[in-house]
Every structure is written in structure tokens, then in C-alpha cells.
Design a protein around this ligand. Structure first.
Ligand code: PLP
Length: 440
């Protein structure tokens, strides 16, 4: 009934062209969510009628199956259209319209802070998680001999940044290894044991990009703060994939790519800096002293397109229209669908926790004896599945003892797409990869 009402509303008010951009947008998703509001997220996760409405909100290439949403997600139509509108508007007279749009970012800052649980004066808009995290990594004062503890499974660019500080400032960087999956207790103990009087920073992921390993952020942040140690948390994959509040994590710095799970335009990110750490953190681009305490000093990067950043507002509205709990439940449902279908086979190796509350839309799976890169290529060649192979490279890149396919579906993923992936994996389990010797 809500679909029909939206349909009539769209046609009568806006005419055919606008209708094309309106139908199955925010209004339809909100109406669909209102219709299921009384039901539990786990129940709605299985309601294909509801998720059909969400699937329709995207303009995708459905000739391909996208299981690499961990990289850069497509935005829903409402977000993409909004971004184009802002860019078109700015181009009429950039100095006037870009500046006008930028003034509205204060409202967006308040809305993002409210949704993700922090003070608006603690978040800055950036271009991606790399920029957010490097503001922290390069902006913290460290002396020669000071130590940063991170892990072998952190993101390559972030490890590279600490390595550069090691060369430039002669700090010490310790990388911890851990099995995947593992427990929060294990991770906590590894960090606790590694602390030394010289430790000044802990840097780790909220969930890793490799297996989705979840870290005990709050416990590690408390451990660090008791000893005057700073915490830098890489939340590139966490924010908007599953619900939590930033202030409850208690870290000092948190960096996110909003073009991942928030579905905001490509080139958008967020930096959280705990209020009392803002003044002590140098921005990447120099700011006047009077801005020392102002979170906006991290945003002053010269001329850049306001229209891309403005799309965050629509992405937030879309995220809220689905609801964080419903989204997380659906991502987990999709993951459990392929995992449950594949795991009875003893050659299937799942390197992610399958426990509730630990994995949502990012998990790693390999087939014993099958090269992950060749498997990923096969997925593309035969099944048109876009999926990322996770394989450790040479040091100084991340080091880890597993490999496999990182499976990252999204809210627009259909059950047929998940089942095609299962079929493709079963094909390889039965027949091997083309060119391999047939199993005896
Ligand atoms: C864990 C992690 N950190 C940081 C980044 C960097 O994100 P971006 O390339 O959007 O800056 C990524 C990107 O995939 C990531 O997975």
C-alpha cells in the first residue's frame, strides 16, 4: 500500500523525469521501514519483500554481482542525485554556491554526531579514512624512541604511515600478530603484554578489513588511558555497518571512510578526535593558532568540491531510513546464508568469527588447496562475481597466515546473488579451477 501511495505522489507532483529519481528513494524506503517497525530486525532481515524496496533504491549494474563492497560502495540513487545537484549548482558560480553549501555543513555535523553518538565539536569531515587516520598518525607529537604498538593485520597505508614516522622521527613501531578469528580477551592480553614504559600510542582496527576481526575498543582505550597512552582506531569498516556509539568506545581518534558502509559519495570520510586531544593534534595542513581547539582545523584543506561532501547528508538520511539495527541484521543474514551453505565441506576454511555480535557483512573464506587470487579471477570469469582475494604480500605490508575471498555483500544484495556465490564455490570444490588437475 505504501508503494502505491508513493507512486501516485511521485507522478502527480513531479512529472515523469523527476518521478524517475523519486520512486524507490528515501520516501519509499522510509515507508517500507514504517510498515515493519513493529517487527524485530532479525525477522525483517528475512523479509525479501522489504529488501526488494531497498534493492530498488540503487542504480546498479546487475549483470555483475558485487561482493567487494568492502572497497567502495555504490551510493543509493537519492545520494548520487543529490551530489550531482550540488555539483551542478556550484558550477553556476562556485564562489557563491560552494560557499553556501559549505555553510550548511554545520547542520550535517550535528546530525552525524547525533546518529553516531558524540559531540559535534569532535568530528571533522575528511576525504577518506586514510586522511582521517593520517591526521592522527602524523599530528601526534612523538619523540625519538617513543613506541607505537599496532598489529600485522592493520591497513597497509596506515602501517606505511607509521613506518614513515619511524624513518623520519626515529620512533619505534611494534606490530603484534594474532590468530583469526580470535577473542576480545586474546587481543586485549596481547596488547597489555606488549606495553612498555616507552609506549605512547596504540593503533588498531575496530574491525579489520581482512577477516572482520572485532577488537575490544573500549577495553583497550581504558587500558591505554590509565597509562597516558593515546588510542588511534581504524573504523573504516565499522561505522554504519553495525550499530554503536562513538563516545562509548572511549578512544582518542577514530577514522572512517563514509564511501564504504554509510554509502556516501566516493571521497568522503570522518575523523573523530576526543575533545581534550584536539588542541594537541597538528592538522595535516597548517592552521592558525587561534584554531587550535577547533575541530574544523582538520577540514581546512584548500578548495575542494562541496557537492561531494554535501551528499553525506542524504546518505545519513538513507541509513536512518533503513535503520542501523535492520541493516546490521540483514548483512549478517546474508553472510550466514553463504557460510551455512559452505561450511559443512571440510575443505572450506572460514577465517571469521560466526558468533552473533561479532560479524555482519564482512567475512573471509578460503578453499583448502585453492589459490585465492586464482579463485577470485575464476569468480569473475565464469560467474561475473566481483570479489577481493586476501593474500599476504611482502613485508613491510601486513603479514598474516591465511588467505581467501573477502565476501562483502550489501543492503542491495539479493538472495540469488548469495546463492550464485555458493554455487560458484561448490563448482570449484567439485571440479577444481580450470587448468587444475582434476581431483582424483
Ligand atoms: C581498515 C581500513 N583502513 C583504512 C582504509 C583506507 O580507506 P580509504 O581508501 O577510503 O582512505 C581502508 C580501505 O579499504 C581499510 O579497509
Amino acid at each position: 500500500m505504501w508503494t502505491r501511495r508513493s507512486f501516485l505522489h511521485g507522478t502527480s507532483l513531479l512529472g515523469a523525469t523527476a518521478f524517475a529519481t523519486k520512486v524507490n528513494g528515501l520516501e519509499e524506503v522510509s515507508a517500507a521501514s514504517a510498515a515493519v517497525a513493529e517487527r524485530s530486525p532479525d525477522d525483517v532481515a528475512q523479509d525479501e519483500f522489504y529488501w526488494r524496496e531497498i534493492q530498488q533504491a540503487f542504480t546498479l549494474d546487475r549483470t555483475l554481482i558485487n561482493f567487494n563492497n568492502g572497497n567502495n560502495c555504490p551510493s543509493p540513487r537519492v545520494v548520487h542525485e543529490a551530489m550531482k545537484r550540488y555539483l551542478d549548482m556550484a558550477n553556476m558560480l562556485p564562489i557563491v554556491y560552494r560557499a553556501q553549501t559549505e555553510r550548511n555543513f554545520e547542520g550535517m555535523r550535528r546530525a552525524m554526531a547525533k546518529e553516531f553518538g558524540c559531540d559535534p565539536e569532535e568530528i571533522a569531515f575528511t576525504r577518506n579514512a586514510s586522511e582521517s587516520l593520517q591526521i592522527a598518525q602524523n599530528g601526534i607529537d612523538l619523540q625519538p624512541g617513543d613506541e607505537v604498538i599496532t598489529t600485522e593485520q592493520d591497513y597497509p597505508r596506515m602501517l606505511t604511515t607509521w613506518d614513515q614516522r619511524m624513518r623520519r622521527d626515529r620512533i619505534k613501531v611494534t606490530r603484534l600478530q594474532f590468530p583469526a578469528p580470535t577473542t576480545g580477551d586474546d587481543l586485549y592480553q596481547r596488547f597489555e603484554k606488549a606495553l612498555t614504559p616507552k609506549t605512547k600510542v596504540l593503533h588498531f582496527c575496530h574491525i579489520t578489513n581482512l577477516t572482520g576481526q572485532l577488537f575490544p575498543v573500549q577495553r583497550l582505550s581504558r587500558l591505554a588511558r590509565q597509562r597516558g597512552i593515546l588510542t588511534v582506531v581504524d573504523g573504516a569498516h565499522a561505522l554504519a555497518q553495525f550499530p554503536f556509539k562513538l563516545r562509548e568506545l572511549e578512544m582518542d581518534y577514530y577514522g572512517v571512510s563514509l564511501h564504504k558502509w554509510l554509502l556516501a559519495p566516493t571521497g568522503t570520510g570522518l575523523l573523530y578526535v576526543r575533545r581534550d586531544k584536539i588542541a594537541k593534534t597538528w592538522p595535516l595542513q597548517a592552521a592558525p593558532e587561534r584554531d587550535d581547539n577547533d575541530i574544523r582545523k582538520f577540514e581546512a584543506i584548500g578548495t575542494h568540491p562541496a557537492g561531494i561532501r554535501a551528499g553525506i547528508a542524504e546518505a545519513l538520511a538513507f541509513h536512518q531510513a533503513i535503520g542501523a539495527e535492520r541493516k546490521a541484521a540483514r548483512l549478517r543474514y546474508l553472510t550466514m546464508r553463504w557460510a551455512n551453505a559452505l561450511k559443512p565441506n571440510p575443505r572450506i576454511k572460514i577465517h571469521s568469527s560466526m558468533l552473533p555480535g561479532e560479524t555482519w557483512g564482512l567475512a573471509l573464506v578460503g578453499i583448502e588447496g585453492v589459490d585465492a587470487r586464482a579463485l577470485s579471477q575464476f569468480m569473475m570469469d565464469k560467474y561475473r562475481i566481483v570479489i577481493n582475494a586476501i593474500v599476504a604480500g611482502q613485508y613491510p605490508g601486513p603479514q598474516f597466515p591465511y588467505s581467501g575471498l573477502r565476501v562483502t555483500p550489501n543492503v542491495y544484495t539479493t538472495l540469488e546473488e548469495v546463492d550464485t556465490f555458493v554455487e560458484a564455490m561448490q563448482d570449484v570444490l567439485k571440479n577444481g579451477l580450470p587448468g587444475d588437475k582434476k581431483p582424483a
